[in-house]
Design a protein around this ligand. Structure first.
Ligand SMILES: *Cc1c(COP(=O)(O)O)cnc(C)c1O
Length: 226
């Protein structure tokens, strides 16, 4: 991916995000996270040089290698993948800006324990399986609010900042939108408890996600395409 392509890809996303967010409100700000899991650190650097500042990975090892390779740039790194318990300490040591994918109370408590042992804090989102798909991680919508409160009550070293969902993996836009609306409704109920981010929307559905209230999108293939 050269500089011209990177500029076009990013401009295209920014224009679409602008269109979608302004339909809600001028004050509805949407943060774009570039998911670099299928790309090289060189490609991340190209996108950094045309203005993208936040990137995310779905494997702890890849987050480590890319963040170390690009150490000289003030990049904000996010983690969006399934977190295995034996990788928690490695993730903590990388100081990610935000971990989107905490998908159970048990995992949050294990993370909290390891944060306490290191005297550190971490910002996270609770992942919700609003599409009700077995292949997806996340707490069920019916238990999300209770789990969110339990994390707030029992995990002092976790800064719980909101919710994350992956849209339904289907063609029917109505079904995808329904899954986003489910997450947005939960997010609205949690905002009095300090929820700030509603992370939803990927390359194929981010405009739909923004229309449903997302304020953080995670775009990979469409941002890094050649
Ligand atoms: C890969 C991934 C993305 C980006 O997916 P694209 O369809 O390539 O935009 C977003 N979120 C998560 C959790 C991912 O694993």
């Amino acid at each position: 991916m050269d500089k011209i392509t990177a500029t076009q890809n990013l401009d295209d996303i920014i224009i679409r995000v602008e269109g979608a967010r302004l339909k809600i409100s001028e004050h509805h700000i949407v943060k774009i996270i570039g998911i670099s899991k299928y790309s090289t650190s060189k490609e991340v650097e190209v996108l950094y040089n045309v203005g993208q500042r936040a990137f995310g990975e779905n494997k702890v090892q890849d987050l480590k290698s890319k963040s170390e390779a690009l150490d000289e740039f003030p990049i904000e790194w996010h983690f969006v993948g399934t977190l295995q318990k034996n990788k928690i300490n490695n993730l903590i040591d990388l100081n990610p800006t935000l971990v989107h994918s905490i998908d159970s109370l048990e995992l949050a408590q294990e993370l909290n324990k390891k944060l306490q042992a290191k005297g550190k804090k971490m910002s996270i989102l609770l992942q919700i399986n609003s599409a009700y798909e077995e292949s997806k991680s996340g707490v069920m919508p019916e238990t999300a609010i209770e789990t969110y409160k339990q994390i707030l009550d029992t995990c002092p070293n976790i800064r719980l900042k909101g919710v994350m969902s992956i849209g339904a993996h289907v063609e029917d836009e109505k079904v995808i939108k329904e899954s986003f609306k489910t997450t947005k409704k939960i997010f609205d109920e949690l905002s009095p408890l300090g929820a700030k981010y509603c992370s939803m929307g990927m390359s194929s559905d981010y405009e739909l996600a923004i229309a449903s209230g997302s304020n953080m999108i995670r775009v990979g293939s469409t941002l890094f395409k050649d």
